[in-house]
Design a protein around this ligand. Structure first.
Ligand code: B12
Ligand code: SF4
Length: 479
């Protein structure tokens, strides 16, 4: 008899306009492959990332598992409804269902609250035996030992880097806009051998995919001693390229930076967020020091590590004059690529609590909380100024002239040690990553940012005053 089929869907959509938008990011998020890896073999498993292909309502799957974060929740409810109309059993999990379960539960057959590892095998068993409960609560901040390897073999071939994993969970910092501040789980480490196990459980993939990997930790450098030991082990794998992310202050530690090179790290995502000290203070991002940005980013450039950085607009201390000088200041720091986003008051964060209490949120449509819409009034700049700054910064940063100049600066500054083959191969690989990343970000910046016009703002205000009622608001985040 054939097994029942489970399809895991990781939702991803910008819902700001009529047509769907599927991002072409090089790597998938981890949740789908991870949940697939945790699934007991009593079901056949399939994995769909909406980042690269649309949801298929005609699937022959019996069960659907949806993974989503905040801004996709309204979309998730529609997707669940469509599947349930077709007689499928729909289960939800992920950051948003874990934070606001009361919002999600009515839309699903079952909702998993918290991290999947300890609870998912039981959910699948109950699903197959027809005794699914409405809610499953995972233990808070469980140990991260013995997590089975993610099912990279199920990840769509569109992703250039299917091998993503995480070594740690959580972060020791408390930036007020960050999702991690909501439930404040302790910083946890996975056994190094488990992480290496993930990075080597790739036999079913073609060689070019086995040799690239991403550690998608929130902050790999949360425990630098552990991070260094891990990087020493990763170095032995002789990957072609490793991407990772960590907080800016880790760059003070030369040994850590050198070990990144040993582990063949080619790209580091670091959230600079702002070049305006008062704006950084306003969100408690104390570990970032603007006067150190240039010098510490140069350390990475010299070692041949591309810097990809998050830049937030509409922070409370942003001013028109800061926006005016930002493009040139960014040129001085010279990150390889930027992800500019409009600050999101993620529900449940201290930042959200503050702007909500001050009555500054004018757009409560959760599908707009993706970093491309302005949903609240910043203190010192107008919505028009934010939108204009977004456009100007990206136009300047992602003009072909700037992209080529940046590439040239990178390639002429980086030094590579090792065999001749490696010294030739590495700059070629990094150049290709730099151009791909730039084209992706350029495309996103051109297509996906939504202006708030004065009349829209006024209409939003009116709607808010007239019809925004208490029951429309989100419940408190789960304890
Ligand atoms: C990869 C990634 C991305 C990718 C892909 C995201 C996507 N939409 O799929 C990209 C680069 C596109 C991205 C973009 C953004 N991201 Co992002 N991203 C991440 C990152 C680094 C890894 C996600 C991941 O794979 N985590 C690991 C998995 C295992 O964790 P998890 O998803 O929570 O899964 C666990 C549980 O939630 C649960 N679970 C999850 N799914 C399911 C499903 C089922 C059925 C079950 C049972 C359980 C379950 O079990 C899992 C294991 O315990 C996280 C940071 C992090 N390390 O988590 C940020 C993070 C998710 N991103 C975040 C943000 C803010 C953004 C942006 C809004 C940033 C911006 N301003 O532009 C944009 C969103 C833009 C957009 N249009 O999507 C925030 C949170 C967002 C939120 N609202 O909750 C995070 C947490 C970073 C942070 N510290 O604040 N991101
Ligand atoms: S350093 Fe990054 S992961 Fe840590 S709290 Fe701040 S934004 Fe979140």
């Amino acid at each position: 008899m054939s097994k029942p089929k489970l399809q895991i869907i990781v939702l991803f959509q910008n819902l700001g306009e009529q047509q769907a938008y599927f991002a072409r990011s090089p790597a998938p998020p981890l949740s789908g492959a991870l949940v697939a890896g945790l699934t007991p073999p009593i079901v056949e498993v399939d994995l769909l990332h909406e980042m690269v292909r649309p949801v298929d309502y005609d699937t022959d799957a019996d069960f659907i598992a949806l993974s989503f974060m905040d801004y996709c929740a309204p979309h998730a409810y529609e997707v669940a409804q469509e599947f349930r109309k077709r007689g499928k059993i729909v289960v939800a999990g992920g950051k948003y269902p874990s934070t606001f379960p009361k919002e999600v539960i009515p839309h699903m057959d079952s909702t998993v609250v918290g991290e999947a590892e300890k609870v998912w095998p039981r959910v699948v068993e109950d699903m197959v035996k027809g005794r699914l409960k409405k809610v499953y609560e995972a233990p808070f901040a469980p140990s991260l030992e013995n997590i089975p390897p993610p099912r990279y073999d199920l990840v769509e071939s569109d992703f250039a880097v299917p091998v993503v994993t995480e070594a740690t969970r959580g972060c020791k910092y408390k930036c007020s806009f960050c999702q991690l501040t909501i439930q404040s789980a302790p910083f946890r480490l996975r056994p190094i051998e488990d992480v290496i196990g993930d990075l080597t459980s790739t036999a079913k993939l073609p060689l070019r995919k086995r040799k690239l990997a991403m550690l998608i930790d929130n902050n790999l450098g949360g425990d630098l001693g552990y991070a260094k030991d891990l990087l020493r082990e990763i170095a032995k794998l002789k990957l072609w390229g490793l991407g990772t992310q960590f907080s800016f202050d880790c760059l003070h530690d030369d040994e850590f930076v050198d070990l990144l090179v040993e582990a063949r790290c080619g790209m580091a995502f670091i959230g600079l967020e702002s070049l305006n000290e008062p704006s950084l203070s306003s969100v408690h991002k104390k570990q970032n020091k603007v006067e150190e940005y240039k010098e510490l980013f140069l350390k990475l450039k010299e070692r041949g590590i591309l810097t990809f950085t998050g830049m937030m607009l509409a922070l409370d201390e942003d001013t028109p004059s800061y926006y005016q000088s930002l493009p040139e200041e960014l040129d001085g720091i010279d990150p390889s690529s930027i992800l500019t986003s409009i600050s999101i008051p993620i529900p449940g964060t201290p930042f959200h609590t503050q702007v909500e209490a001050e009555g500054r949120i004018f757009d409560h449509d959760l599908s707009h909380y993706e970093g491309d819409h302005l949903v609240f009034r910043p203190k010192k700049v107008t919505p028009e100024q934010v939108f204009e700054a977004y456009q100007r910064i990206n136009k300047h940063f992602y003009s072909w002239k700037s992209i080529f100049k940046r590439w040239w600066r990178f390639i002429t500054t980086m030094k590579t040690k090792g065999s001749l083959v490696w010294r030739v191969f590495r700059p070629l690989l990094l150049s290709s990553i730099l151009f791909k990343l730039s084209v992706f970000q350029r495309d996103h910046a051109q297509k996906k940012v939504y202006p708030v016009s004065a009349s829209e703002l006024a209409a939003d205000e009116l709607t808010r005053q007239e019809s925004w009622s208490q029951e429309n608001r989100l419940s408190e985040p789960a304890e």
